[in-house]
Design a protein. Structure first.
Lengths: 306, 98
């Protein structure tokens, strides 16, 4: 019995061992294959991650270059807008009504006339005139879609033209006041008396011809455009209303006559009673001559005498 | 006296001990073989699971790679479009300024 069961056991063990040997070969090969495949995946993952990182950097760099190009594109578009406008001015007579010494009680009357006539204009404000009473008028100028530009905080020639710092600090005071009261920071400036006179005043009160140039340079640096006028209505003093109208229309006619490259008339007016009386006829006369009306644009239509 | 013959179920004690030792060796070999099998089977499933995990990671990495390649293509298209736009705008500006 021991003999028979002994051989049976040995045979069973032998069969088990042999089958195991075969299976071991198979399993060993399978494990090798799986590990090899895992290794390949690992290498591919590293490669893909490296490529992804490279691509992300490349995309980021390209996008930042594109961003710079976008800014360049916007600048060119702005240049085109200005150039197109200037081109239009070569054929289309355009009037820019500008009112110095704003705001005042007469500004309300002027605004009413402009509203009736459907005309936009530019108001050069003086800081000392932005009082509690005049503040709603200033707000109305903005609400009616007109342009607000800066004159000076206090019109005192001997003070503001005494030095570059004096002029700029006065202008900064006006800008601060406008920001504080109505939340705007205009980019058009008119020197009291105009640039031609300002040049002389800087020389007289500032003691040097170079003061004017340094002020102009600083204004340009700050992105502010200086704007004078090319038609003086002389609506001050005791000028009769009829003369004011004639000054405006004759001056505008000359500007649109073709002797200048652009048919733009920048009319200097104030907030006087004669201005209010003359304004309806001035607008009518200009319309009859084919003028259209625009507010000043710092880029497209400012004009300097000096 | 009958001589003991090598017949079924009749052996000396020494033969029986040797016989049992050999049996034990066979049994031991079979047990070791089964143990090795279990070890290999566990190893195989572990390797397969590791491979599958790596395959999933690879698929994810591949998706990221494709997305990054698309990002590069999109950025390049945007850049090229801007270059073309700027060229046109510069030409338009030059015409206006003539």
């Amino acid at each position: 019995m021991a003999n028979r069961s002994g051989f049976g056991l040995r045979l069973t063990c032998l069969v088990i061992t042999l089958i195991s040997l075969l299976l071991s070969v198979f399993l060993g090969f399978s494990i090798y294959s799986e590990k090899k495949a895992a290794g390949k995946y690992e290498k591919a993952i590293i490669y893909a991650n490296e490529r992804s990182a490279e691509n992300e950097t490349k995309a980021k760099n390209t996008l930042s270059q594109a961003e710079a190009l976008q800014e360049q594109k916007e600048l060119i578009q702005e240049d085109i807008r200005v150039a197109e406008k200037k081109k239009v001015y070569e054929t289309q007579a355009t009037a820019f009504l500008t009112f110095d010494d704003s705001p005042s009680a007469n500004t309300l009357k002027i605004l009413e006339i402009l509203k009736q006539q459907g005309v936009t204009a530019t108001f050069f404000v003086v800081g000392s005139r932005i009082t509690e009473n005049n503040l709603p008028i200033l707000q109305r100028i903005i609400d009616n879609g007109h342009t607000v530009a800066m004159s000076a905080n206090k019109i005192d020639y001997a003070t503001i033209y005494s030095s570059s710092d004096a002029y700029l600090s006065d202008l900064n005071a006006l800008r601060d006041k406008l920001l504080e009261t109505v939340g705007i920071s205009p980019n058009i400036v008119r020197m009291p008396g105009g640039t031609y006179s300002a040049y002389s005043y800087f020389k007289k009160y500032g003691g040097s011809e170079t003061v004017f140039d340094s002020v102009v340079e600083e204004l340009e640096y700050q992105g502010l455009a200086l704007c004078d006028w090319n038609v003086d209505t002389k609506d001050y003093g005791s000028t009769p209303v009829r003369t004011v109208i004639d000054n405006a229309l004759d001056g505008a006619k000359t500007r649109a006559s073709g002797q200048y490259k652009r048919k733009t008339a920048i009319l200097l007016m104030h907030n006087n009673n004669s201005t209010v009386e003359a304004l309806p006829d001035i607008i009518k006369g200009l319309k009859d001559m084919g003028f259209v009306f625009e507010a000043l644009d710092a880029e497209a239509n400012v004009y300097r005498q000096k | 006296v009958a001589t003991p013959k090598r017949s079924y179920g009749y052996r000396s004690a020494a033969e029986i001990r040797r016989f049992r030792t050999v049996n034990l060796l066979f049994a031991f070999a079979a047990t070791v073989a089964i143990g090795v099998q279990i070890y290999l089977i566990v190893g195989y499933f572990s390797a397969r699971s590791d491979k599958n995990f790596k395959a999933e990671q690879y698929a994810a990495a591949q998706t990221r790679l494709e997305a990054s390649e698309n990002e590069v293509k999109d950025a390049q298209s945007e850049y090229d479009a801007l270059v073309a736009d700027i060229a046109n705008l510069e030409q338009r500006l030059a015409e206006l300024e003539e």
